[in-house]
Every structure is written in C-alpha cells, then in structure tokens.
Design a protein around this ligand. Structure first.
Ligand SMILES: Cc1cc2nc3c(=O)[nH]c(=O)nc-3n(C[C@H](O)[C@H](O)[C@H](O)COP(=O)(O)OP(=O)(O)OC[C@H]3O[C@@H](n4cnc5c(N)ncnc54)[C@H](O)[C@@H]3O)c2cc1C
Length: 456
C-alpha cells in the first residue's frame, strides 16, 4: 500500500455498494472519497426507479451505513416491505450520501486509474506509489486525484449487452435505435405507455428484468387491446425457465417468474425459442429480428433488449487485474458465480481474498465484481465492502471472516447449452451440486455455507 496515509481511499460510484464502502471505511477510521459520474447519488438506481426490488428493505440496507445514519434520526423503513428503485434511492441512498457530505462528489466521472508515474509495465517501486485517478467533470474539466487505494463500485448499468446472440451488436442494431430499448419500460410514464400500448414488442432475454417487462406488458394488454409481447429466448422453455418459483428463497423474485409465465399462459406473450438473433431488419414501418439459422420474427413495433449487463473495464487499462476470461469477474470469484457451471444462485459470501488482484489495493466490488454473471445481490456487495474495508485497515482476521448467508434462487441450469431447456442442463451437470464444500474451501473461504440442492 502507498505509504501516504493522508490520501483517501477512492471509491468509484455512489451507488448502493460504493456508498456502503464509504460507510465501512469511515467505521474503520479511513477517509473515503466517492466520485460519482452522475448528478446525484444512486444515478443508476434512479434510472430504474419504477422497478420494484425483489429484496425487502431488510436485505438492501448496509449495517455500517445504518450505523452512520442513526445519529441523523434515520429509521429503516419496514424491513418486510419491498421498495422500488425510487424508494431505495430517496429513502436510503440519498440520506446516506447526505451524511457523507463533501466525501462524495458528483458529476465527476473516473476516466482512468494508474499507479503514479508507473504505467502497466513498470515493476519498480510500484506498490509504494499512490494511485492517480483521472476525473472528467460535467463541464468538460479534467482533474487528477491521488489515492492510497481504489474501490471500483461503478456497476454495469451503463453497458448493457447487445441484442446479438453472439455478444456483438446484431446487424442493424445501431441503425434501428429508435425502435430498440435496453431498459424495462416504465409504463407509469404516459409517453412510454403510449410507445408500447397497442403495439407488438419483442422482449429479448430470460432474467428478472425480462420477466418484469413481460409482466408489465401483459398488464398493459389487459387495458390496451392489440398490445402483445414476443418473448425471444436463446434456449427452449423448461421447468427452470421461469426461475425458482416457490423454491426461491427470495419470494418476490420467484413471483416475477410466475407473472411472466402467466403472461405466456394468458396469451399476452408468444415465446420464440432457440432464437439467436443475428440481425434486425426494417419491414415497412416495423422491424423484424433475424436468427442465425435464418428464421424471422413476426413484424415488430418495438424491441426491448434485456440480455444482461457487462462491466466497463476501459478506465482500468493501466492497472494489473486478474479477471476470469469468460465472466470478466475476479478470477477467484468467478467459479462461485459462473452460470456455465452452476446457476442455482447458491453464491457463497466472499471478500477481499477473492476480490484481490496482482495490483495491490485495487478492488472491483458490487455489481461490477460479478462481471457478466447475472446473480448479484446487494447484500453480497455489502459483505464484500465490509471485508475490503477491513483488509485496507490491516484487520486481516475480519477481512477473512464470513458474516453472511445468502438466499438461493432454487433455479438450476447453465448458460452454455442454450438450446436445451434449463432443467435438462441441470442433469447435464450444471446444477447446484457444484461447487462442493471442499471446492469452496480450496479457494479460501473460511466458513462456507452448505450448498443446498433443495430447489433443483
Ligand atoms: C432493475 C434491477 C433490479 C434489481 N433488483 C435487485 C433486488 O431486488 N435485490 C438485490 O439485492 N439486487 C437487485 N439488483 C442488483 C443490484 O443490487 C443493483 O444493481 C445495485 O444497484 C448494484 O449496486 P452497485 O453500487 O454495485 O452499482 P450501481 O447501482 O450501478 O451504481 C454504480 C454507480 O457508479 C456510477 N458510475 C459508473 N461509472 C462511473 C465512472 N466511470 N466514474 C464515476 N462513477 C461511475 C454510476 O453512475 C452509478 O451511480 C437489481 C438490479 C437491477 C438493474
């Protein structure tokens, strides 16, 4: 670590996990400086303010943040109630940012991180050097800030996966932008509602966001005749397609899948399975999706792409990271969350050990730490930053301790064989049986929770 302890620990992003990181650092007597690209705290969360979380309040408030807020008279909302993204931002994240005061800066986008005076190649004296962080402000200004450590909690919200099934933009995706959206439509907004009412909309993807969009469009179809969804899946439909349902330890997440299934059963959504989109082409006033095998969708008015998110690693190019080559998550974390190996949601709590890199004192945390894996939960991130703050304070015993048990999705099935329904993949070895407890121990988690195969 840099010798200069007067320098702050720089936290990138004032989302739930970046703000929690600041709270844990303060609890440890370490000065944080949070830089947020957007104009306010929780900029990303505010962009999905209309979406209701599947986690209740009790699971989305960080314990150190709660302690920091307590002297202001802040009281956690009913722990059993489910906030929307807007509630989360207004009732918890904004008050937390207010407590941080000048320790958080807004309209400050991090555009580069390096060791002072050392590019990626130079070994000499590297660890003793502070970090240099390049910042671009909203008015176009540039700044350099020195830091003793860097915690990157910048999320993945601004870099959604494209429509193309191969991870590249589909041909025409950049041409037909007026008809393509990458967000769950906010149908409470009259302009957005008018865009989808009475229209045929493709919903591409199979995660919680796709389920939310299908359910919302089904509700709209009940009120606005002619509204219909075409649900585009790379896989077939199997017993695990709609999530864990009753077996999901987060009941609201399980319910999302059931609502999506109800949309299909009621005829408000038609599934287009085994469809790997390669192009989007104009058809009069509408567009059509074209699959790699030549199949075509029906003519569509709108396309909602909810195929997941990916990390932006561009501003970390001068830092020595060790990332998994599939997920772009820290290498030691990746086996725990890889949907090719097990996607039961049985993710083990982990901390500084799994999140460290060849570059000392740099940590990717929060949504970004999962790279392209889709199962991140806020409570996972809170545990990560508790451990990282302990490590930066030199409390290695606390950094290694595991203080969290995570819920299961009750869903099995890898991402690899996407022509097969998820249930078949489970029997092909992609299920909760991995990783086994010994495997977990081998990557250094002190007190692993027992993987349950209950929902599989
Ligand atoms: C629709 C939706 C619903 C979800 N529901 C749940 C749920 O019910 N339960 C649950 O546990 N989890 C849920 N999650 C997952 C996760 O908890 C949230 O995405 C959470 O917001 C992740 O927090 P984060 O701080 O890691 O990232 P973010 O919330 O994305 O925050 C990152 C911040 O960094 C800023 N930033 C980005 N780049 C830069 C840069 N270069 N410089 C400075 N700042 C930057 C962004 O503007 C943003 O404010 C949900 C996610 C989504 C998208």
């Amino acid at each position: 670590m840099s010798e200069d302890h007067d320098l702050p620990v720089l936290v990138i992003g004032a989302g739930p996990i970046g703000l929690a990181a600041a709270a844990h650092l303060i609890e440890r007597g370490i000065e944080p400086l949070v830089l947020e690209a957007g104009p306010s705290a929780a900029t990303a969360v505010r962009e999905w303010s209309h979406v209701r979380l599947f986690s209740p309040w009790a699971e989305v408030v960080d314990p150190a943040a709660e302690k920091l807020l307590a002297p202001t008279g802040w009281v956690r909302p009913d722990g059993a109630a489910y906030p929307t993204g807007g509630d989360w931002a207004e009732q918890y994240l904004q008050p937390l940012a207010d407590v941080l005061g000048e320790r958080a800066r807004y309209d400050a986008r991090v555009s580069g991180v390096a060791r002072a005076g050392r590019d990626r190649i130079v070994d000499s004296g590297r660890d003793g050097q502070p970090f240099t962080v390049h910042v671009t402000t909203a008015d176009g200004g540039e700044e350099r800030i020195s830091a003793r450590a860097v915690i990157d909690a910048s999320g993945t919200w601004s870099t959604p996966n494209p429509l193309g099934a191969d991870g590249l933009p589909a041909l025409g995706e950049h041409t037909h932008t007026a008809r393509i959206s990458y967000r769950v439509p906010d149908l409470t907004d009259p302009a957005v509602r008018a865009r989808y009412a009475g229209r045929r909309t493709a919903v591409v993807g199979t995660g919680a966001s796709a389920f939310t969009a299908l359910a919302a469009l089904a509700d709209l179809a009940e009120q606005e005749p002619g509204t219909h969804a075409v649900w585009v899946l790379r896989r077939g439909i199997g017993s695990g397609t709609f999530g864990g349902g009753e077996a999901d330890e987060l009941p609201a997440r399980g319910a999302l899948g059931r609502r999506a299934k109800a949309a299909v059963d009621a005829g408000h959504a038609t599934a287009l399975t085994g469809f790997r989109t390669s192009a989007v082409e104009r058809d009069g006033e509408q567009v059509e999706l074209v699959a790699e095998d030549g199949r075509r969708s029906e003519p569509l008015d709108e396309v909602v792409v909810l195929t997941g998110l990916r990390p932006d690693l561009s501003f970390l190019s001068e830092i020595r990271l060790e990332l998994d080559d599939r997920l772009q998550a820290p290498s030691a974390l990746a086996p725990l969350i890889d949907p090719n190996r097990h996607s039961c949601g049985t993710v083990y709590p982990h901390g500084a050990g799994e999140l460290s890199h060849p570059e000392n004192d740099v940590y990717l945390v929060g949504m970004k730490s999962y790279g392209r894996a889709p199962t991140f939960l806020a409570m996972t991130g809170y545990e990560q930053v508790r451990s990282v703050a302990a490590a930066l304070a030199g409390d290695h015993e606390a950094a290694a301790r595991v203080e969290l048990t995570l819920p299961e999705t009750g869903v099995c099935g890898g991402a690899g064989l996407f022509d097969q329904p998820a249930a078949e993949q489970a029997s092909a070895g992609g299920c909760c049986s991995t990783p086994t407890a010994p495997e977990v121990l081998s990557i250094g988690i002190g007190a692993p929770v027992q993987p349950s195969t209950g929902g599989c």
